[in-house]
Design a protein around this ligand. Structure first.
Ligand code: NAP
Ligand code: ZN
Length: 319
């Protein structure tokens, strides 16, 4: 259903973007279903946005009308707290989500604070780069936080929108990459994206073979699984990092954490600085989303396909 709203006057620090492309992240589906109890209807989802700047507020110095830019999950932050001043705006307690209590990118136009609007490097094509604005940064950030390097062994759980980008970034970081998937049909593609190894996570024999081998396991799946089995796959000092949001609490025995000094962690998206770095790395190392393009008017069909897990690997809407 289409929906019109009046955003009022453009704020002095805001820009208005004429949207050309917007990816469909699984978080949009969580918001549409109010899985996180934070949705307010009606709202327009969409937070993997690329377009051109249509208007700039009076105080915006860093961006120009006509410039190609991207906007991800975060559209504003307080700008003055400890986390904002440390360049970790994604941890700001007053963070504003592009489509949380406001209207996002399944639209013609969107507005955001200019600090969260990032120029897109020329080498990146909009269709294949839009998913980097949320999916890409969400997997890039933990690889950086956990210091992934050429000696690292990294496991990626769930080969969907986030997971297929995580394989490519982990490979660009020089790590040995293992894809953990419930879909055996994804093996060939996972290897083509850069995975050295592929493990069918539904097969207990295959899971036993990787016990004690990983430095970092990044879960991108939005489903409950036996997390103890993944903790068992970590080497001493390894981390099981969550970016995908399983519906149930994560229940883990403490002993394997204690005995191997292992950790469990999580992270939300990444800062504007990290977004710039990630886009630059993507441009130089050829990281791009494998996409299925839909006209904006077919958004409902596209969402249904994502819900059924049938998109390889990211649906992108185009105006
Ligand atoms: P997606 O494209 O739908 O991919 C999710 C993948 O999870 C699927 O491709 C599938 O991979 C796996 N999966 C699905 N059902 C499963 C099941 N029953 N058991 C095991 N694995 C299953 O979703 P996405 O857009 O990548 O988003 C994934 C999650 O990340 C969502 O929860 C989303 O909200 C979250 N997210 C978090 C952040 C953040 O800042 N932390 C940012 C963006 C998104 P296989 O077929 O390979 O098993
Ligand atoms: Zn997202």
């Amino acid at each position: 259903m289409s929906f019109k709203y009046d955003p009022g006057d453009l704020g002095p620090n805001e820009v208005e973007i004429a949207i050309t492309h917007c990816g469909i992240c699984h978080s949009d589906l969580h918001l549409i279903a109010n899985d996180w109890g934070i949705s307010q209807y009606p709202f327009i989802p969409g937070h993997e946005i690329i377009g051109t700047i249509k208007a700039t507020g009076t105080e915006v110095l860093s961006l120009e009308v006509g410039q190609r830019v991207g906007l991800g999950w975060q559209s504003n932050s307080c700008g003055i707290c400890e986390w904002c001043t440390r360049g970790m705006e994604n941890l700001c307690p007053a963070s504003e989500g592009t489509c949380v209590h406001r209207n996002g990118g399944y639209a013609d136009l969107v507005r955001a604070n200019s600090r969260f609007v990032i120029p897109i490097p020329e080498a990146l094509e909009s269709e294949h780069a839009a998913p980097l604005l949320c999916g890409g940064i969400t997997v890039y950030n933990p690889l950086r936080i956990h210091g992934v390097n050429p000696s690292s062994r990294v496991g990626i759980v769930g080969i969907g929108g986030l997971g297929h980008l995580a394989i490519q970034f982990a490979r660009a970081f020089g790590a040995e990459v293992t894809a953990f998937s419930t879909s055996v049909t994804k093996e060939e593609e996972a290897r083509a994206l850069g995975a050295h190894n592929f493990v069918n996570s539904r097969e207990s024999k295959a899971m036993k073979e990787v016990v004690g081998t990983m430095d970092l396991i990044l879960n991108t799946a939005n489903a409950d699984q036996d997390w103890g089995v993944y903790v068992a796959s970590l080497r001493p000092t390894g981390t099981l990092a969550f970016v995908g949001v399983p519906p149930s609490p994560v229940s883990i025995h403490a002993f394997p954490l204690i005995s191997g000094q292992r950790a469990i962690s999580g992270s939300p998206i990444g800062s504007p600085y990290m977004l710039k770095e990630m886009l630059d790395v993507a441009a130089r190392h050829g990281v791009k989303a494998t996409t299925e393009l839909f006209p904006m008017a077919q958004v409902n069909e596209a969402i249904e396909k994502v819900k059924k897990g049938k998109v390889r690997y990211r649906a992108v809407l185009a105006n």
